[in-house]
Design a protein around this ligand. Sequence first.
Ligand code: NAP
Ligand code: MG
Length: 403
Amino acid sequence: MAKIQMKTPLVEMDGDEMTRIIWKMIKDILLYPYVDLKTEYYDLGLEHRNETDDKVTFESAEATKKYGVAVKCATITPNADRMSEYNLKEMWKSPNGTIRAILDGTVFRTPILVKGITPFIPTWTKPITIARHAYGDVYKNTEMQVPAGAKCEIVCTDKNGNETRSLIHQFGGSAGIVQGLHNVDASIASFARSCFNFGLDTKQDVWFATKDTISKKYDHRFKDIFAEIYEKEYKEKFENAGITYFYTLIDDAVARVIRSEGGYIWACKNYDGDVMSDMVATAYGSLAMMTSVLVSPDGVYEYEAAHGTVQRHYYKHLKGEKTSTNSVATLFAWTGALKKRGELDALPELVHFAEKLEQATIQTIEEGVMTGDLALLSTLPNKKKVDTETFLQEINERLKALL
Ligand code: NAP
Ligand code: MG
C-alpha cells in the first residue's frame, strides 16, 4: 500500500517520561508505515525546555496558530522535586498553561467508551464532553481573613478616578473571611465561541449552567454573554446542524447529567469544570481513556491525552522492566489531529486512516487484549493483559486487516 501523503504539517509537541516512550512507539508501529508523516517538531521534554529557557513552548504555540493543528505529548510541570531531578535553571511554568494562554483556548475532555468497561452510571452510553472555562473566578481571587468588627466593601475605581462602593459585610463579634473574584467579558465570549464551534464540529448539543438566580450580576453576565453570542452568531448554524443550545441552573444541570445518556458538550465555569471533569472522568472508568483537545475561538486545535507522564511506569521502564501502560488517549490525540488535518486539507484518505486506527484500537480492547489498568476494570471473560509495546502491535495487526 502506498503511504498517505500529507499536505500541511502537523505541529508535533514531544514530551516527557513514559508518554515520551509511548509517543515514539506509536509513530514507529502505527503511523510511519502508513503515512508520510509531515510534522513540525518541537521538543517540549523538560530538558529541552530548560535548555531553551522555555522558548520552545512559546514557539510551539505560535506554530500551532500558524498551522491550525497540533498534537501534544504529556509534559512534566516542574515542582521542587523536578528542580533537582532535572537541575533546572527555573521552575518553568506548565506548558499547557502557556499554550492555553497563547491560543486563548478552551479544553474539551471526552472519554473513549469500550465494551466491557461500564461507566459507574449505567445510563451513560455516550460520552459526555466537559468544557472548562480556564480563566478567572476563584482561580484568580484575592482573599483575606478579617478581624471582628471589620467593615468590608468592594471598591471599584474607574479610569477617571470615580469610586463605586458596595458593602460585602459589616462583621460583628466574630472574625471572618472575604474573597474578591473577577472575570472579563472577552474571556467569557471566547469560551462561548469555542464551545459553540466545538458543538458544530462534533454535531453535539451544548449545555451551559451557572447559578444566575443567586448571583444576579456575576453569573448572570455569563448567561447573557452566552445567549447573545448564540442568538447572533450560532442559532442558525445550530438549527441547520440539528443541534441545540441548552441553558439551565447548575444544580438542575447536575441532576439532568446523571439521568442522561450522554452525547453532549457540558460547558462549565472554571470551578464547576474542575470538579465535574474529575467526577465524569472517574465515572467513565479511567483517566487513561480520556482525550483532551484545546480549541481556540478562531478554530485552532491542539490534541492531547488528559493524563500525565505516568512517572511511576517510567521508572520501571528505566530499570528495564516491562510496563503495561495504556497508550489509548495518546493514540487518540494523534488520530484526532490527523482527522482534523485531513478535514482542513481535504484529504479523505487521511481521515479514513485515522478512523480505522481508532476502530482497530477499540476492537483490540473489545476482543480482550488490553493494558493492566483496563484489565482491572474490564468485565470481559477472556481478557488478556499485555505490555505497552505488545498492545500497539496487536492494534497494528487489526489495523492491517481493516485497511
Ligand atoms: P499521571 O501521569 O496521570 O499518572 C497518575 C497515575 O495514574 C499513574 O501512576 C498510573 O497509576 C495512572 N495512569 C495515568 N495514565 C496512565 C496510563 N496511560 N496508563 C496506565 N496508567 C495510567 O499523573 P501524575 O503522576 O500526577 O503526574 C506525573 C507527571 O505528569 C507530573 O510531572 C505532572 O506535572 C505531569 N502532568 C502532565 C499533564 C499534561 O501534560 N497534560 C497532565 C497531568 C500531569 P499506577 O501507577 O497506579 O499504575
Ligand atoms: Mg480537578
